[in-house]
Design a protein around this ligand. Structure first.
Ligand code: GUN
Length: 289
């Protein structure tokens, strides 16, 4: 039986720490940290993520507003809004919810955010700092994974960490974090063109699945005793559920759990950690630390 790594509980712990630090800042005479969230269009998933971020912010004493714009907004108008938020000293963190409508270049908008307010850690300057190991904002999902590993006292130093998936928001930044001094893992990143991926995955002491394919990681890809981190959130049809689907990860949990030493569930694993890191970043933006 693998240890279940409880993302909900660890996220609550982190959020409590942020709450305490915010209360201490306010007691010391500072205003509350302020997060500006920009939401363009009416994608229900984005709206739901943004509601979650606003609610979690409020719970720890971080003020936030969601600035909502019609999908027809021009790229220039959006760039002007970001510039206004950059210039506003009352705004500590800026988050532009992605994806943006097709006529707007995501990269241009992300590049326009002041790196000192880039709580998503998406700006190239933030990514560069991460790669060279400087302290700064942390990318939400990768840093959430690291928090889970550290708070579960999983040894990362010298560990073989195999990451399946090379995305800009998970695989690549996680590889850089795990390589950092202090974490000191040996990192391999696998992707769709990797030869004999199961054999490489089987070498992992820490195996991270971040490819977005339901049940991709099967028992034959897991070394006995490995720690398995599942970043996937995939919908699979399920007529027994009222909503007609259920959420599953990138790991075949039933098959892998008996082999692993520790594993994250889906839901309730990596997912809840991402908002906790966003709150940490917003606090950091306010303190300038
Ligand atoms: N869309 C999905 N996840 C994210 C995220 O973490 N940040 C932003 N800005 N957009 C997203």
């Amino acid at each position: 039986m693998a240890q279940l790594i409880d993302g909900k509980a660890i996220s609550a712990q982190v959020r409590n720490e942020v709450k305490q630090a915010v209360a201490e800042r306010i007691a010391a005479g500072h205003r509350p940290p302020y997060l500006a969230v920009v939401l363009v269009g009416d994608d229900p998933a984005s709206a739901s993520y943004v509601r979650g971020k606003a609610k979690a912010s409020a719970e720890v004493g971080i003020q936030s507003d969601t600035l909502t714009y019609d999908a027809s907004i021009s790229e220039q108008e959006l760039l002007d809004i970001v510039q206004r938020l950059n210039d506003d000293e009352g705004v500590d963190g800026i988050l532009v919810q992605l994806p943006l409508p097709d006529h707007i270049d995501d990269r241009k908008v992300i590049h326009a955010i002041d790196p000192a307010k880039d709580v998503d850690c998406f700006h190239p300057e933030s990514v560069g700092n991460l790669v060279i190991g400087l302290d700064g904002f942390q990318p939400a999902t990768p840093a959430g994974i690291v928090e889970m590993l550290q708070r579960t006292e999983i040894q990362t130093s010298g560990a073989q960490c195999v990451i399946i998936g090379r995305s800009n928001i998970v695989g690549k930044p996680l590889a850089n974090l795990m390589l950092k001094k202090g974490l000191d893992s040996t990192v391999t990143v696998c992707h769709s063109r990797t030869k004999d991926l199961p054999a490489i995955a089987r070498q992992a002491d820490i195996l991270v699945a971040a490819i977005g394919r339901a049940n991709f990681v099967t028992a034959d890809m897991v070394k006995p005793g490995a720690v398995v981190i599942d970043v996937g959130i995939n919908r699979v049809d399920d007529d027994s559920r009222e909503r007609g689907y259920r959420l599953v990860g990138d790991v075949d949990f039933e098959a892998v759990e008996p082999i692993a030493s520790a594993i994250t569930p889906v839901p309730g694993g990596v997912g809840p950690m991402t908002i906790a890191v966003l709150l940490q970043n917003t606090l950091r933006a306010a303190t300038g630390a």
